[in-house]
Design a protein. Structure first.
Length: 206
């Protein structure tokens, strides 16, 4: 039987990835439907766009999910108990700054930049997955510090929340700095200094 209707002239997954890059670069509110149509390409019309994605909001949700399942995986090491806690923290920091400075996609982190992606209160629900992801990363850093305390590597009086926040806040700041042109080498040098906070909390070795 012959296929009815006009076939789509674009690859849907590729279109989601292209939209993700645009949302990543500009945020939700700044990105217009016309920009999305131009980014996706293929001469997609407004009716075809809505037939494929439902709405700008629905496409943003799919783009966010695409990001969380790909680029955002650089923080997975925080939850891997097979990796020693200090190593997990440093590995995550270095993987994240490398990703945020790479060419081929917008600089920075879509999760971190999500704080500016939808500034209007009525759009808060749209960026909730990004808010949840930021909270999870923060919790992962805190968890690594807690693992270090539990294993005896870090002193019992170490403030896990404070040290975890230092690591998490550094990554949030990287997104802005990367867009301002700070180089990967500078970030890696900063991470070496930042890890001295961990080392300062270690038990003295005799």
């Amino acid at each position: 039987m012959a296929q009815m209707g006009r076939p789509r002239v674009f690859d849907r997954q590729q279109a989601i990835e292209q939209a993700m890059h645009l949302f990543w670069e500009q945020g939700y509110e700044t990105t217009s439907l016309s920009q999305l149509k131009a980014q996706i390409g293929g001469g997609i019309s407004a009716p075809s766009f809505y037939a494929a994605f439902g709405s700008k909001e629905a496409l943003f949700e799919e783009a966010v999910q695409c990001y969380l399942e790909s680029y955002a995986r650089v923080t997975d090491g925080l939850w891997d108990d097979a990796i020693p806690p200090r190593e997990a923290v440093e590995l995550t920091l270095r993987r994240s700054v490398k990703m945020q400075c790479e060419s081929g996609h917008p600089k920075g982190c879509m999760v971190a930049l999500g704080t500016m992606s939808a500034s209007k209160p009525e759009h808060a629900h749209i960026t909730k997955p990004l808010t949840v992801s930021r909270a999870r990363t923060h919790a992962g850093f805190v968890r690594c510090v807690e693992r270090g305390i539990a294993s005896g590597e870090l002193q019992e009086g170490t403030n896990a929340q404070a040290l975890g926040t230092a690591f998490s806040s550094f990554l949030l700041g990287v997104s802005i700095s990367a867009r301002d042109g700070v180089k990967l080498s500078a970030f890696n040098a900063s991470i070496a200094e930042l890890m001295k906070l961990w080392d300062a909390a270690c038990h003295e070795r005799h």
